[in-house]
Design a protein around this ligand. Structure first.
Ligand code: HPA
Length: 273
């Protein structure tokens, strides 16, 4: 068995021992969005450092802990803190928690993130349901020896973001009167924000938002048959859209400002999932 498979199994065993299993959905909480965890009933926490082989989160706005509990009557797992390519991790390392979810039998994944608005009709604070992504030609979590435990070597991404869950998100947003955009998320490796020329290029290619996370997790989830929903918080307009620099402070501040709306939407989606 490949080391990565053994490591994912050991991590899943440790989580199962600490917080049990039977989880219906896992939510990866992006920058500034960790507050959703406060809504959990019967909350149990596990620091990433207590889970074998889990990478360490080196980003301040990412807590680095797993939370288990009940939300809207469903058993859920939150990953508060994720791993990024710009921290020096490979795509396989950034997707490791998703493969651990597979070993735990978690059938659905909600990925959240803060992203820059490329679509000029967007505004900071908007929420965007991810319809598809663009990743160019960098790494893949699935590169290397085939590992059947994580799914087939070649696999389809025609519906990487579940049409069923996107429709559900749309209905929940309508019912809560939350405006929800929809669009294509472009991955850029960071950690520098993009240049205005790069953002113009992404816009030409059909991107609506840009960010430095998410796609490795989504690719790995699709490979192993986990159903995915992705929601971006547009935390800033991407470089060159406005006559001001893009800053990390703005990203975290805006994500914090829409946190309540964001949490209400995710909770409604989980209730109806
Ligand atoms: N670019 C890349 N990643 C981001 C941005 C951005 O403008 N905002 C939040 N994450």
């Amino acid at each position: 068995m490949e080391d990565a498979v053994i490591m994912a199994k050991q991590a899943a065993d440790a989580i199962r021992q600490a917080v049990g299993d039977g989880f219906e959905v896992c939510v990866i909480l992006g920058s500034g969005l960790g507050g959703l965890a406060e809504r959990l009933a019967d909350k149990q926490e596990l620091s990433y450092s207590q889970i074998p082989h889990f990478p360490r989160s080196t980003v301040e706005s990412h807590a680095g802990k797993l939370l288990a509990g009940t939300l809207e009557g469903k058993r859920v797992l939150f990953l508060s803190g994720r791993f990024h390519f710009y921290e020096g991790y490979t795509f396989a390392q950034t997707a490791f928690p998703v493969r651990v979810m597979k070993m735990l039998g978690v059938p659905r994944l909600i990925v959240t993130n803060a992203a820059g608005g490329v679509n000029e009709t967007f505004s900071p604070g908007d929420l965007m349901c991810i319809s598809d992504h663009i990743k160019f030609f960098s790494d893949s979590p699935s590169r290397g020896n085939p590992m059947p435990e994580f799914g087939p070597r070649f696999f389809d991404l025609s519906h990487a973001y579940s049409p069923r869950l996107r429709e559900l998100a749309r209905r929940c947003a309508d019912e809560l009167s939350i405006p929800l955009k929809e669009g294509v998320y472009a991955f850029m490796p960071g950690p520098q924000f993009e240049t205005p020329a790069e953002i113009r290029m992404l816009r030409l290619l059909g991107a609506d938002a840009v960010g430095m996370s998410t796609v490795a997790e989504v690719i790995a989830a699709n490979q192993c048959g986990i159903e995915v929903l992705g929601i971006s918080c547009i935390s800033n307009m991407a470089a060159g859209v406005l006559p001001q620099p893009v800053t990390d402070e703005e990203v975290v501040e805006v994500a914090g400002r829409v946190a309540q709306t964001f949490q209400a939407l995710i909770a409604a989606i989980i209730r109806r999932m």
